[in-house]
Write a protein that binds this ligand. Sequence first.
Ligand SMILES: Nc1ncnc2c1ncn2[C@@H]1O[C@H](COP(=O)(O)OP(=O)(O)OP(=O)(O)O)[C@@H](O)[C@H]1O
Ligand SMILES: [Mg+2]
Length: 215
Amino acid sequence: MSYVARGLFITLEGGEGSGKSTQAKKLLATIESLGHEVIVTREPGGSPGAEAIRSLLVTGDADRWDGMTEALLLFAARKDHVERTIRPALEAGRIVICDRFTDSTMAYQGYGHDLGRETVEKLNGLVLDGFEPDLTLILDMPPEEGLKRAVSRGGAEQRYEDMDVAFHHRLREGFLDITKRAPSRCRVIDAIGSEDEVASRLQEFVLPVIGSWYG
Ligand SMILES: Nc1ncnc2c1ncn2[C@@H]1O[C@H](COP(=O)(O)OP(=O)(O)OP(=O)(O)O)[C@@H](O)[C@H]1O
Ligand SMILES: [Mg+2]
């Protein structure tokens, strides 16, 4: 394989229960089987400090934080995650698959909670200084379907699932608007169908990109 200066940074985005974590694992296995070095990580979290912040975000009452406080916690976690986990892996030439990243903050706090896209963009510029994914896959489905999946999965981390359905619709529209504004980075993937069907839609798009990145 030829020398590559930097690995490929792929993010998976979308609403609650759209299959991000399921598909991250499947994509990891597929990419590994092709002989690439790849890691999966997630947000909020992905480094010890960021995982500690995660528990403040995903448990407790739905109105536990105001939008700005929540965005600051998310960016604090993200900064730690980027410096300690993501950037070192990319610098070693690895592919990094991240389950949620800045686009989730844009969708949830920017569009969902009315903090506004400009405020989230400003925070992003300040904290991450332009660092962004090379490729973002947005798993799209009606929010009611995703919430059904997430509820049947259960678990204690349900703070976002507890927000009202109108919020989840704003979230979906937010992700679609993010894609419109960054069409060369983002790709919307239909998340309805079996796990394998969705996985092959993702592969169809990602594998050629990996081929040309490491070609
Ligand atoms: N294509 C699919 N069809 C049916 N069920 C699915 C599919 N993909 C995932 N699931 C199931 O739906 C639930 C939610 O999936 P998953 O945890 O991957 O979603 P997620 O997008 O990571 O959710 P969250 O936003 O809450 O982290 C899980 O129980 C999972 O097993
Ligand atoms: Mg998940």
